[in-house]
Design a protein around this ligand. Sequence first.
Ligand SMILES: Nc1ncnc2c1ncn2[C@@H]1O[C@H](COP(=O)(O)OP(=O)(O)OP(=O)(O)O)[C@@H](O)[C@H]1O
Length: 330
Amino acid sequence: MPARAASSASVDGRIAPVRCRCDCTFGSVSIRRTPDTVADPTDRAGTAAVRPRSHARCGRWSDDPRPRAGHAGTVSIQTHAYTGSETDSGAVAVRAVGLTKVYGADRTAVRALDGISVPFAAGRFTAIMGPSGSGKSTLVHCLAGLDTATSGRVLLGDTDLTSLGDTELTLLRRDRLGFVFQAFNLLPTLNAEANVLLPLRLAGRTVDPAWFDEVVGILGIQDRLTHRPSELSGGQQQRVAVARALINRPEVIFADEPTGNLDSRSGGEVLALLRASVRELGRTVVMVTHDPAAAAAADHVVLLADGRLAGEIADPTVDTVIDHLRRLGD
Ligand SMILES: Nc1ncnc2c1ncn2[C@@H]1O[C@H](COP(=O)(O)OP(=O)(O)OP(=O)(O)O)[C@@H](O)[C@H]1O
């Protein structure tokens, strides 16, 4: 099923109210690419001139007050922005509470996380940044149940991950989380469709064809579904990985340097798609990155230094991110 289109109007680069034909829960997205598109990761909305801001679940519409001139060559995603109650109410999707992680022991001990407490808002895109060795990957791995903390807690909604055994953690990761890694981590013997569907197959769940079509439509991989990873570009492989992360409608998608192996164009497209996952599909994304342009695609940046929280940036731009990193000595 192709993504449904939203009707729109744009006057002199200003956002005009639009009426959409969406009938899904969180709203749908229609992606239009012009032949000469060039991804612009600093385009925070990942949109062209018109970005309807809607309350997709109740059908209310409003103007985006900010003038938003079209970015030449931007990945053009015409959206129903997700402004659901989770975001509005400030609900937290996942939270670290006094989290400490020590690798090794005695003289070789490394305190990668040092009692860090930080919430990650539901329905938002948060980037984690900081100097090399500051604990970014360790934090994300602990939040995602891929690594166990030495002390402290990780709360996914009401679930305390640190109280779960290995089997429970495996099931939780499978059922409630999505992952996007720098190295794509696709299974080479499976085609793109089978890779996307893998989490559902492992869970013994059936596929919702409408959701599958919507996800692959958003990610623009409809015509690559029969290809194996070796037959796809890096950017296409990462699109498949994002689709796989979305297919089980996870509460949180964790991304560790998702653009690290991509050229700037493909990286920008993947960032726009992660934003679309948040704004159009109501997901929560937590992403580790070294790239200020990638961080500027997020709603919020959490800064780490020496395993501790070292600052936060609301509504980051490339300049504010670089400025904060400079002050951290990165
Ligand atoms: N398995 C491990 N065993 C021992 N020390 C580790 C291990 N993993 C990470 N560390 C150490 O923990 C600290 C934090 O590492 P981590 O990879 O989380 O940092 P990072 O901020 O993600 O770094 P980078 O930006 O370089 O990827 C570093 O000093 C690192 O050397």
